[in-house]
Design a protein around this ligand. Sequence first.
Ligand code: AIR
Length: 176
Amino acid sequence: MSTGEEPRLVPVDSAAEQPAPSPSPEPASLAATRADIQELEVDEPQVAILMGSKSDLPAMEKAETELTERGIRSETRVMSAHREPDVVADYAKNAKLRGIRVIIAGAGLSAALPGVVAAHTELPVIGVPLTSRTSVAGGLDALLSIAQMPPGVPVACVGVDNARNAAVLAARILAA
Ligand code: AIR
């Protein structure tokens, strides 16, 4: 039986005008984890400074000084390609995942460190040939060891004991 009233017409798109349901709030633990990760990302080093021996530190710390002056975060590690080959391989394999973008590696004598690191990572590697107590020809031994890499596994090579230039080059790579 008709009541005589006109049926109330509802626009089909009225649902679109309803306020969207507010997203359920993020659990506190998830928000805390996210904040922790962001904090870690802020602190993580962009450049690794590696050297084959503690005796290389006086020469290699010039790279750290240059990077710090430029506001570039770095981490410094001593590891020998000959004395601790597994440590070097593990470090190089994980560096990219850890957020490192350029690796500077200095060594003297038969300076395998930059080349071995380059063999285990796609990151750009800058080698610093160093003089040491028993160097021959003023560091030519290390210079040739670093520069004479086989085709397909490049290492950029700066001058003998010129760790500062390695840092300047790393900064240019980061800015490219
Ligand atoms: N070295 C260490 N492991 C492999 C190499 N090539 C290098 C160091 C250092 C030199 O040997 O990078 O320049 C002498 O090291 P140490 O520890 O005897 O003073």
